[in-house]
Design a protein around this ligand. Structure first.
Ligand SMILES: NC(=O)c1ccc[n+]([C@@H]2O[C@H](COP(=O)([O-])OP(=O)(O)OC[C@H]3O[C@@H](n4cnc5c(N)ncnc54)[C@H](OP(=O)(O)O)[C@@H]3O)[C@@H](O)[C@H]2O)c1
Length: 255
């Protein structure tokens, strides 16, 4: 495995799930870690999620890779967010600039924190395809090692420019919204239609679809249900899909 690679693996997103509910966070994060997920993605934007995540990692911090974000309108606010993250996590393995917020200004001090050893890798994210040109510009600076973007069978814009660029630059790719924020889950295929894929559930098929592109390192489905965290984690193991299996998932997703 190359040094840049994080995966292919399944992680856990934390948007709109346990928020400030520390007990629920312990259950969901605990289930994910027990099932083999290592990377947990959060942000100051996700209300109480960062704090609850810290409490869920109490006693298990070394088992987790914390990917979180700076989401601020001033450098001072960004630094304060990082100060709290260091209090909570001790260090941040992947620090991402959320939605490109003030990215040029925040980069300088974040790079200093990386050089001081409190951050391992720098990343940059955006959810909106309309921001992909600026995301590409940020990637081309060569100052980021990780990019986070949306990717699922119904949202494939990143295939045009960002995935080839990430590969050219040797960047790791984190996939947000791998289940299409649940929009892809409303009318799941019948289990017999999944048989050729060797998976048991439709969410597993969608997660494996993304991970089977060898430019993708990590998918971070979010759930507030521990049993779903376990179900999702299963998709992080080979065998990976070939072109025929990926095409089948695409057909099933677009019915
Ligand atoms: N940087 C950014 O701009 C940005 C933007 C969006 C997201 N993100 C990150 O990416 C993560 C994932 O994206 P997302 O949360 O927007 O969407 P997602 O992971 O595609 O979908 C989450 C939804 O899927 C449901 N779900 C999860 N596993 C399931 C399963 N096995 N069976 C049935 N339903 C399941 C969840 O409901 P239940 O809770 O009921 O299971 C939730 O409603 C976020 O949590 C966040 O960490 C980043």
């Amino acid at each position: 495995m190359e040094e840049r690679r994080l995966g292919p693996v399944v992680g856990l997103g934390t948007w709109n799930t346990f928020d400030g509910d520390a007990q629920l966070a312990r259950e969901v994060v605990g289930a994910a870690l027990d099932a083999g997920c290592r990377v947990v993605d959060s942000s100051p934007m996700y209300r109480g999620a960062e704090r609850s995540l810290a409490s869920a990692l109490d006693g298990r911090r070394d088992a987790a890779v914390v990917a979180t974000k700076i989401w601020a309108t001033t450098v001072d606010e960004g630094r304060e967010q990082f100060r709290r993250q260091v209090d909570w996590y001790g260090r941040v393995e992947i620090e991402q600039i959320h939605n490109l917020s003030l990215w040029r200004e925040q980069l300088e001090w974040i790079e200093e924190e990386r050089d001081a050893g409190r951050i391992e890798r720098l990343g940059v994210t955006h959810y909106a395809t309309g921001a992909f040109a600026e995301l590409a510009e940020a990637m081309r600076t060569g100052r980021f090692e990780v990019v986070q973007l949306p990717y699922n069978p119904l949202e494939r814009t990143c295939e045009r420019e960002l995935l080839p660029l990430a590969q050219e630059l040797g960047m790791a790719v984190i996939v947000m919204q791998p289940l299409g924020t649940a929009a892809l889950l409303g009318d799941p295929p019948h289990p017999t239609e999944l048989e050729p894929l060797g998976v048991e559930t439709w969410p597993q098929a969608l997660l494996k679809w993304a991970l089977s592109d060898d430019r993708i390192d990590l998918v971070i489905p979010a759930t507030r249900r521990p049993e779903r965290a376990r179900e999702n984690a299963v998709a992080g193991s080979p065998p990976w899909f070939g072109p025929d299996e990926r095409a089948l998932v695409e057909r099933l997703a677009s019915r």
